[in-house]
Ligand binder design. Sequence first.
Ligand code: ADE
Length: 259
Amino acid sequence: MIIDILTVFPEMFESPLNTSLIGKAINKGLLTVNIHNIRDYTTDKHFRTDDSPFGGGVGMVMSPQPLFDLYDKILADAQNEGKKPLSLYMSPQGGVLNVDMAAELSEEEHIVILCGHYEGVDQRVLDTYVDREVSIGDYVLTGGELPALVLIDAVARFVSGVLGKGESATNDSFSDGLLESPQYTRPSEFRGQSVPSVLLSGDHKRISEWRRKESLRVTMEKRPELLDNVTLSKTDKRYIKEIQAEMQGNKSEEGSENE
Ligand code: ADE
């Protein structure tokens, strides 16, 4: 997968893209990320990439000229290779990124991401080049660089070969609509706390049943609204009844302790 980034702060991408699984994916050639400095494309003699808004108001707006020139170059290069990239603009006005959108975007061969700044981007740029606006949540950040990095990380996890052997983004929290069950590692006993014995049993059937039930429990405790969109099996429904009874039991135990 190829990702082209348009930014006025290219240095913000250095460490995140050189580290951890994303760094490895780039080294392995599974992901190619090209960072373009918008400032390199301005024809302004003071190297400015923004200007004050027509009609007045505070802040600055990113100017069309450097962005048109940069987009034209990226799109012409892609066209020469027979590619038509999907063009995204990171913006709090966009559709909110979730696991389904990340999986869907991972199917794209080539994505171009514009990171906005200041009070926004001249609308003519968006009208001419942008296919889709993407937000990472209902809050406003100082620029689109961190959102672009969040998007790249979430999308890259669905690109085949990026996660380790046997790992899969489709087993993660949210991918089956539920949160993940708790995880433990060695030692089995630590500061008086032991790992649930079923995980040490070697009985894979019981382990996967335990994980499913705990997944349901964690979702019921932390994000109960997610269950509205999950298709529950008969066994799931039985687990939920058991969990509700256990929760009820815990509550009445707490109550009697406080008496
Ligand atoms: N730029 C500023 N805030 C943003 C957000 N929440 N999501 C995407 N891009 C942004």
